[in-house]
Design a protein around this ligand. Sequence first.
Ligand SMILES: [Zn+2]
Length: 138
Amino acid sequence: MPGRRPRWILRIAEERMDILFQLADKEFSKHPERSHRYVELARRISKKYNLRIPRKWKRRFCKSCYKFLKPGYNCRIRLSRGKIHYQCLECGRIMRFPYIREKKLKRRNKIEYHTSKKRADEKVPINNNITDRESRSQ
Ligand SMILES: [Zn+2]
């Protein structure tokens, strides 16, 4: 199949993108222009191998001018109406992301906490029975 590449090549490509973003993060304070260049290289890998930018770096570059974004330096983050606003201070573009994933995770944790608590409550009488039986047989 044309365009299909072996798994190991894709894995290396993913690793390279990760390394490029790590470098971009490291170099930003001294050489921001290098960081922007690293984003460009990572995007090139992503296009060439038809891979997504790693999730943890997805919001770390501008979707309009493709510059590397460092929150607190050239990126402003605000919350409003259930969305996170990332403003690129290089070109002024605002990107909005819903934080459903964070909300869902919170809700799931809550449910798990309650069910695990319930399970723990149910276990108590069973354990008591076992210890009762053990003490009786002795
Ligand atoms: Zn921008």
